[in-house]
Ligand binder design. Structure first.
Ligand code: SF4
Length: 358
């Protein structure tokens, strides 16, 4: 069954590493955006009942709760098997958590990124570790017990001891799901521009090297597995049974429909993108559609999963050369007809994936 993605690109601040099409915009624009979003959802012809909903951003947790409930009321299929809202720590009150639960939300993804004060400040965020502890408690008290915590490896000022401190907090809080992203500094972010010009703002000169960041990631893989939260996708870790049902659709090439600026949809054959900027979206500018190439996507999307993929006989033949090369190099492994990345292959996954582009 397909999923629904709703994009809400409004944030309280622009984090220094962020290159998403999100930001701080006037309140009036937010109201207009919400109307356009509701109109787009209302106009959609549902040919199926969605089973998952994902409110991403941006920071959809900042949306006023009545507006959020009104938007979700437009989406059929409730109760969904999973309905997630992305949240920035610092704004979750008991009333808000109860209102989310009443609107059908049963999973919260918290963009914590780090539990270490220096690292948090340098990203532009304002929360503390205690903020997160309090808010996870608030969510659980409201009945939302399925929580994800995002961490970023490679933040400015991070070292092995501070990274282990963030992982210690994960152990104490015992969330059901953790996402660990290796920071890829992008020239479209403030941090990226500062690093390119050799500046020192945002701690740009103290950003860990790529090798250090990879080491932090590997420490996380080991620590999280020991906590009973194994990796099931390159950046995602979950207690068994708590893998994100919505996000699995992306990696399994299952259909989903996206609403809002820069939202993507996939019907099993065609990929569609809404206009990226809020202005273009509000002006109803046309999006883009492209026919998906499932033969190659099956490899470079499916191989992200720890379980890997089960290539068909013709796929083994078509990709025989790269598969053989990466098996010999220890980046891929096979067992019982499955093909998957090794631990080393995960760290070099972009190089592996490129070889499966037709
Ligand atoms: S990282 Fe998240 S909260 Fe920060 S600016 Fe980007 S979308 Fe907004």
């Amino acid at each position: 069954m397909p999923g629904v993605y709703v994009a809400y690109p409004f944030c309280a601040q622009k984090c220094v590493f962020c290159n998403f099409a999100s930001g701080v915009w006037p309140r009036a624009l937010e109201a207009r955006y919400r109307e356009a979003l509701a109109a787009e959802i209302r106009a959609h012809r549902w040919e199926w009942q969605p089973e998952t909903v994902y409110l991403g951003g941006g920071t959809p947790s900042n949306m006023d709760v009545d507006g959020l409930a009104a938007l979700l009321a437009l989406v059929p299929g409730r109760p969904w098997i999973e309905a997630t809202i992305e949240a920035a720590p610092g704004g979750i009150t008991a009333e808000r958590a109860r209102a989310w639960a009443a609107a059908g939300i049963d999973r919260v993804s918290l963009g914590v990124q780090s539990f270490v004060d220096l690292e948090i400040r340098r990203t532009g965020r304002k929360h503390t570790a205690q903020t997160v502890v309090g808010e996870i408690g608030t969510l659980r008290a409201a009945g939302i017990v399925n929580c994800n915590i995002d961490l970023i490896a490679g933040l400015s000022g991070q070292n092995e001891a501070s990274w282990r401190e963030s992982l210690d907090w994960i152990e104490r809080l015992a969330p059901e799901h953790v996402s660990v992203y290796m920071l890829e500094v992008d020239e479209d972010s403030r941090l990226g521009r500062e690093m390119l010009r050799g500046g020192t703002r945002y701690g740009a000169a103290e950003t860990p090297s790529g090798d250090q960041t990879a080491d932090f990631y590997e420490i996380a893989v080991e620590r999280l597995a020991a906590m009973g939260i194994p990796r099931y996708e390159i950046s995602n870790f979950a207690r068994p049974g708590h893998e994100s049902r919505h996000n699995l659709k992306y990696w399994r090439l299952e259909p989903y429909v996206g609403f809002g600026a820069d939202a993507h949809s996939f019907d099993g054959c065609v990929r569609r993108e809404n206009p990226e900027s809020i202005e273009a979206y509000l002006a109803s500018a046309p999006g883009r559609s492209t026919r998906a190439c499932l033969a190659e996507e099956r490899f470079f999307v499916g191989l992200r999963l720890t379980a890997g993929i089960r290539p068909e006989a013709d796929e083994w033949r078509r990709f025989e050369r790269p598969i053989r090369r990466f098996l010999d190099a220890g980046l891929l492994e096979t067992s019982d007809g499955s093909l998957r990345l090794t631990n080393r292959g995960v760290l070099l996954s972009n190089e592996v994936f490129q070889e499966f582009l037709l």
